[in-house]
Design a binder for this molecule. Sequence first.
Ligand SMILES: [Zn+2]
Length: 260
Amino acid sequence: MIDTILAIFSFLLGSCLASFGGVVAFRCPKGQSIVKPDSYCPSCHSEIKWYDNIPIVSYLILGGKCRNCKSKIGFFSFLSELLCGLLYLLAFLQFGVNWKTLILFLLFFLFVVIANIDYETHDIYDVTLVIFAVLALALALYKILAEGADVWSHVIGCVAGFGVFFLIKVVAKAIAKQEALGAGDVYLAGIAGAMLGGISLLFAVMVATVIGSIVELVRIKTSKEDVNPEIAFGPYLLLGFALMAIYGDALIELYQEVLL
Ligand SMILES: [Zn+2]
């Protein structure tokens, strides 16, 4: 019973924090306060009442449109609220009430902020990378000290993350003469490698590439307007990192059991 309540609480906490994270991401780059004014529609600037601002639910009731001007708003917020709620739920189900779960909750909140800023501005802020590095270090230390993870796996993950992504960035720029990856993506991969270890990082990048390719293909094929062909890979990477922060070790164990 208590577990069910905590599981539901985890989902609600994740989606509410993601909703707040979206506000932080939308306002901080513009130098606006995150508490005042109340939420407003970016199109018509009318105030969004509290009952139209309930995570996940309001988007579904309003059909993704502003009540006042009917312009389409909030799809990315809706998606991040749903995903962050699910990730909180999955982390709780996997690890229970635990320091690791707390670190993951903080981490996923940060991911929502980074993903929203990346989606809006195609930029990843240094301050968010620094916070990511601190949380990644905390999680890596927890895994090494409390769970007996191998230090070298995390060192290799860090070097491989930075190295491979830097190489992709340089080669892609030389061949395609355009930026395939931002510098921010290179830092994200390096820090995530230190956090996850080498093998989980590989899984995470594979998951991100598969999900990203499918979603972007569907988006380009179904969109009636001309879509910006430049895609922000950051949000997909973050989703891959989050999933592997929860399931990476379990996957490696499963892999070893099947093969050895
Ligand atoms: Zn509006």
